[in-house]
Ligand binder design. Sequence first.
Ligand code: PLP
Length: 394
Amino acid sequence: MQKRTVYLDHAATTPVDPAVVEAMLPAFKETWGNPSSLYEQGRNANALMETAREQVAKVLNCRPGEIIFNSGGTEGDNLALKGVALQAKLKGQGNHIITSAFEHHAVLHAAEYLERFGIETTFLPVSRDGLVDPEEVRRAIRPGQTVLVSIMYANNEIGTIQPLAEISKITREHGIVFHTDAVQAAGNLSLDVQALGVDLLSLSAHKFYGPKGAGIFYVRSGTEKRILWQQQGGSQEKKRRAGTENVPYIAGMAKALTLAEANRPEYWEKVRVLRDRLLAGIRERIPGVILNGTYAADKRLSNNINLSFEGILEEGILQSLDLQGIAASNGSACNVGAIEPSHVIAAIGGGADLAMGTLRLTLGKSTADADVDYVLEKLPGVVERMRALSELVV
Ligand code: PLP
């Protein structure tokens, strides 16, 4: 088969949809005013931004006033943890938060940072299937001390979907703020915050065919009092996030989210069929393959494959695939270049050997049958060579 370029890293980022570029252009060319300015150019930019806010609120089934625009998932996650924990600390209302061991580093590192302020964190264990047990959340709660629970909606490495609605029943019983990092869920799962029962939710546009550096932070009405806002300056975003809003990106992000929501069922099914064929083909052709995380249809994102190959101790698999034109990952993009075992695979009980030789393949809108065929042709040889190399090293 002729060499081709196959992009299978949609969990890292997605290409911007041409319709999203179209939606952004007027905000660059015509409606370029400062949305805080009172004259016409400003009012027009503000109107564009508020329309975007309404579109986003519709997808999340919330009020437009509960939406804050920011720079992405990292900012939202940091604000959720620091904002809630530090506000509680300041008011003497508690000093304990709960999260899971396999969250994105934006959550894990924010929790570590908070230790310096005397905030304690419980990192919940995750099952072999890659799921957080709501009963573990209940057990970890320290009455009168726990102020926040932050559990991701879908894991970025293994795509497993967490039982948010069940967890929210528990947090509500205790009056604890519940945040979810829904960055990987957008475009795949419902973002209806009423059904999920979450109080705070982080999203990032570049994961759903929008621009990079643009995000959404949902704050349930009433929860704003429990947040110490982290960015001071002008009175943008109702003084919750100072700084001139990026109107073109906001317009594009709202378009991207609306499109993703409208196409969600077809998208889910399309990538599921391709994903299942790819996984079955890999298992047929390569011995000693382990799928990380559950394969249950309703508990794993339908575009995600995460594999460990027995007998591979080296990182070279990604480079070898790259030479063949295949873009894949070993987990989170933030770990590129760092030869560290995946904390996600470690959290689900994969030993260091499995955590090293992982491969994440995440399909997307443009993935075609020919891409699956190509990977099925190239991957067995790559794995064979990597295994031979690992034997030499040992
Ligand atoms: N949370 C999760 C689950 C992610 O996958 C990512 C991106 O990889 C982030 C947060 C960070 O989002 P951003 O790139 O917008 O900062």
